[in-house]
Design a binder for this molecule. Structure first.
Ligand SMILES: [Zn+2]
Length: 187
């Protein structure tokens, strides 16, 4: 399981509440891949003041600590982490300190699963617009521009987590912004 970052809507399925009132890993045989930067930032034991504040209350305790205590976490750090020859995780900090994107390579095709790098298609044309969920807006802007630029250069299909409708797009550079070159067609 790849967690692009430690926000409740991206790790909430890591665990489930059992009848005895304990949070247990949903998938007992899985490894849960989480960046060490996010693991450390959201761990309440480290006492960080976060922008999200109460919105993230208990998320670490309910959805991250149980899988870690079960020995099922892979805490990665550095400039990338390879799942296999096709899947590579790379840092894209700002939304959270350990936010990451996942690059998929298949023959000449490329796709990037961008997590919460973007929340709205508006951010393709206005990449400096940040939601209140971005912990560090300047870093989020830098990461958003960098990854969209890489997606445009590589002809990669961009898969954000929260777009409505078809949800994935090819993008192209237009000056210092971006535009939708085409939406992915699937049903
Ligand atoms: Zn998020």
């Amino acid at each position: 399981m790849i967690c692009t970052h430690v926000h409740g809507d991206h790790v909430g399925w890591n665990t489930r509440l059992t009848d005895d009132g304990e949070w247990r890993p949903t998938f007992p045989n899985a490894q849960y891949v989480i960046s060490r930067a996010d693991f450390d930032y959201w761990n309440p034991a480290n006492g960080h003041q976060t922008r999200s504040g109460p919105r993230m209350a208990n998320v670490f305790e309910d959805s991250v600590a149980p899988v870690h205590q079960a020995g099922q976490t892979v805490l990665w750090e550095g400039d990338h982490y390879d799942i296999d020859a096709q899947l590579r995780i790379e840092p894209a900090p700002g939304h959270t300190p350990g936010s990451s994107v996942v690059w998929l390579r298949s023959d000449t095709d490329r796709a990037v699963f961008a997590g919460d790098l973007l929340h709205s298609p508006l951010q393709i044309v206005e990449p400096d617009d940040c939601p209140s969920f971005d912990e560090d807006e300047p870093r989020a802007r830098d990461s958003r521009r960098r990854v969209m630029g890489e997606a445009a250069d590589r002809g990669a299909l961009l898969f954000p987590a929260h777009f409505p409708g078809p949800g994935a797009a090819e993008v192209r550079c237009v000056g210092d912004r971006f535009a939708v070159k085409g939406w992915a067609a699937w049903r």
